[in-house]
Design a protein around this ligand. Sequence first.
Ligand code: SF4
Length: 178
Amino acid sequence: MLNKELFEAQLSELPLYIYHFFDPKTLEFTDRVRWICEHECPMYGTSWACPPAVGSVTHCRAKCRGFENALLISTIAEVADIANIEETLATRPDHEAVTNEVRDLMRGHGIEPYVLSTESCAECERCAYLDGLPCRNPERMHPCVESHGINILPLIEELGLCFQYGENMVTWFSLLLY
Ligand code: SF4
């Protein structure tokens, strides 16, 4: 059982831009997002953390909506030039580290959250999926939010947030379902 008061005190010590508890049944799922994975992402079909390995959007929707609670977390980072993809992506490991800290805090409360984070899993040099083998680190692997067909925009807008807070600010989001 999550001690929310203690958990929020713990969250306030992390470098989070925002956190927000919400009902996962309000998440929007759409095949349009999956279409983008399939047609525009080079990671499609290369990882256990990506489609089609994560299952159909219908399966992902049922799985996510099967949880009673959800926590959205966000971090932001300043870069010299947001158009520089390499520099922008270099801020991702810090966000992933914070996501893992939040996951570990939840584990400390006896909760094992289902974590959806950013991009694809980068735990192994070569994903076991490519060799037809099971995931080597299922307890550390986080599919990205989009891999599940989630359109995060309505939630972001509802909270009055946006993807970019300034010309050269990178914004990252993760969801922890429990
Ligand atoms: S932990 Fe390794 S095997 Fe599992 S999804 Fe990530 S890269 Fe692939």
